[in-house]
Design a protein around this ligand. Sequence first.
Ligand code: SAM
Length: 257
Amino acid sequence: MMDFTAVPAAPDHVEYLDAAAATAAGRGYKRRFLEALDVRPGQVVLDVGCGPGTDLVRLSGAVGEAGSVVGVDRDPAMVEHARRRASGHRNVEVRRGDVHALPCADACADRVRTDRVLQHVEDPARAVAELRRVLRPGGLAGMAELDWDTLAVDDSDVETSRAVSRFMAGRVRNAVVGRQLPRLAAAAGLAVFDVDASVVVFRDFGTADQVLGLRRNVIRAVQAGVLGQRAAEDWAHRTVSGPFLATLTLFTVVAGV
Ligand SMILES: C[S@@+](CC[C@H](N)C(=O)[O-])C[C@H]1O[C@@H](n2cnc3c(N)ncnc32)[C@H](O)[C@@H]1O
């Protein structure tokens, strides 16, 4: 039985990001995203919105000793975590900064990437223009973003599933930025080389709840008057106990100058 009087606390942000990256879906798309970015030894790579340094060590290995990796994040706690995590890697530096005004010179990078960052920013168009500014001629920008309007959770009560998905998408600042990436890249003067859409599949409620915060959001939706408590309780009971399926589309775009 769910307690609809209080929203469960959101998980610690770093634990949450680590858990999401460790899921099969997280590992899979991150590997494919890195391959698509074609990072080579000796290159300079910017990881903008690097979080707790989720991908810095892997990028450090890809550029090797002759290359360098710069992680940038606007959250000081993330910067601190990322610095600690990458401390044994001399080719990694972490800077505090904002994607709308990167603390980096024009044309300083061979590769620049954002991984689920643009969904949170104030102005995705300006952010992508900044990615373009820091790229050297011949450089590549990689962007990976979810499209929250594609969240589909299977249940016999399709209307409640739709309401849950719509409510969750409504809580994300740029919920459909994934599908907008090619347009944003073109508007920033980047040539779009590759567009990939993959479907993240969740087959157990626990993982989906951990990554998507299903339980928390259903309670919020009831509190907001978007869902009736009885329908939400029944929906939650079935999705927790039954065979579970939820899907969400992730877009990755590689563009360059
Ligand atoms: C969902 S996390 C992704 C972290 C990491 N890229 C990963 O894959 O684990 C989004 C990150 O973007 C950062 N972020 C959000 N808005 C930003 C901005 N305007 N400039 C720089 N970083 C930002 C957040 O602080 C957070 O660390």
